[in-house]
Design a protein around this ligand. Structure first.
Ligand SMILES: [Zn+2]
Length: 311
C-alpha cells in the first residue's frame, strides 16, 4: 500500500497558496459534504449542480443550465461564459468566433465520493473561472461542469458532455479547443507508482507518478502540442503528453471524447487516474488522499495556458 503522500512540490507563490485553499475547500464541499453524486444519489447530484451554479454566480457570471431529460429526471450541464472581445468586431456572425471550452464532469461513480474523480476537475474549473471572470480575452471562454460522465452513461448518448457537444455543433459554435480536466490531484514519488494501458507506452514514459499528463486523439495533436508547449513554459510541475489512437484504453475516458464525436479538437489533462491512483472509483476516493500542492501547480499552469490560448 502507498504510504502517506508527502508532497515534493516546488514552492508555491502567495497567489498559489490562495488558489490551493480554494481548491481544497471546493473538493471538501463536493466530496466531503455533498459526497456521492449521481442518478442513484439524485438529490446530491442536484446539490452539486446548485453549488457549481452558485459558485459561478458569486464570481460574477450569469450561469446557464444546459438541461436534458433522462427517463423523467432532469439533468443539467452548468455553463459560465466570457464573451470574447472579437465578438463586438464581428457581431453579425457571433456564432462563428472561436470558443475555448474548459470543462469537467461533476458526477461521481456509483459507490464513490469522487474527490479526485472528479472533485479536482470541478474545483479547478471553478477556480479558473474566478480568475478569468474580469478578464477581457479575444476568444470566448466557456467554463462548463458536465453531468453524467460515469457509467452507465460513459461513452453513451446520455453523457452530459455529448449532449452539450451535439447542441454546440447544431448551433454552429466554432469550438477551437476543448480542455477536459479529469482527475488531476494525485501524485507519487514512489518507484513504479506509474503504470500504462499498454506495454509499448511503459517503454517511453516514466515509472514514477510525479507528473501531470496531457492526452488527445491523433486528430487533436496540434492542440495537444500547443498546450504542452505553453504549459512547460510556465508551470512548475513535470508534464508528459501523448496523442494516441482513441481505441487505446484510457485515451477516450472522459468528456473530450464527446467533442471528438462532433469533430472538435479536444484534450484531457489527467494524473492518469487508474494507472496511478490507488483509490480510483472506490469509496476511498476521499479529499485526504490528494496532493494539494502539486494539484495547485497544475491549475496555476493551466491558467497561463488558457491566457495564451485566448489571446
Ligand atoms: Zn472521471
Amino acid at each position: 500500500m502507498p504510504g502517506k503522500n508527502v508532497s515534493k512540490a516546488a514552492p508555491l507563490s502567495p497567489d498559489e497558496v490562495a488558489l490551493r485553499e480554494e481548491l481544497r475547500a471546493d473538493v471538501e464541499k463536493l466530496a466531503g459534504e455533498i459526497g456521492e453524486r449521481n442518478m442513484w444519489h439524485y438529490a446530491q447530484l442536484n446539490g452539486a449542480a446548485n453549488f457549481i451554479e452558485d459558485s459561478f454566480s458569486h464570481a460574477g457570471f450569469h450561469p446557464r443550465r444546459d438541461s436534458y431529460d433522462m427517463r423523467g429526471q432532469a439533468c443539467h450541464n452548468i455553463e459560465a461564459e466570457i464573451p470574447g472581445s472579437l465578438q463586438g468586431a464581428a457581431a453579425s456572425q457571433p456564432l462563428h468566433l472561436p470558443i475555448i471550452v474548459i470543462g469537467a464532469h461533476y458526477d461521481s461513480v456509483f459507490g464513490s465520493p469522487g474527490a479526485n474523480d472528479n472533485g479536482t476537475g470541478v474545483a479547478a474549473t471553478l477556480a479558473l473561472a474566478r480568475r478569468f471572470a474580469t478578464a477581457n480575452p479575444k476568444h470566448t471562454l466557456r467554463f462548463v461542469a458536465f453531468v453524467n460522465e460515469e457509467p452507465p452513461y460513459f461513452l453513451s448518448g446520455e453523457m452530459g458532455s455529448l449532449v452539450y457537444a451535439r447542441r454546440s455543433k447544431e448551433r454552429g459554435d466554432k469550438i477551437s479547443a476543448m480542455i477536459s480536466l479529469e482527475t488531476i490531484g494525485y501524485f507519487s514519488d514512489a518507484p513504479n507508482s506509474q503504470t500504462y494501458p499498454s506495454p509499448g507506452l511503459s517503454l517511453f514514459y516514466p515509472k514514477i507518478g510525479n507528473f501531470i499528463g496531457f492526452v488527445s486523439n491523433v486528430q487533436s495533436r496540434a492542440l495537444l502540442r500547443r498546450v504542452i508547449t505553453l504549459f512547460r513554459k510556465h508551470a512548475k510541475i513535470p508534464s508528459q503528453g501523448a496523442a494516441l489512437p482513441a481505441f487505446i484504453p484510457g485515451v477516450s475516458w472522459s468528456d473530450q471524447w464527446s467533442f471528438w464525436q462532433h469533430g472538435y479538437p479536444a484534450i484531457m489533462v489527467t494524473d492518469t487516474a487508474p494507472f496511478r491512483y490507488p483509490y480510483y472509483h472506490s469509496s476511498n476516493d476521499t479529499p485526504d488522499k490528494l496532493d494539494y500542492d502539486r494539484f495547485t501547480l497544475v491549475v496555476s499552469g493551466m491558467e497561463k495556458v488558457i491566457q495564451e490560448l485566448a489571446k
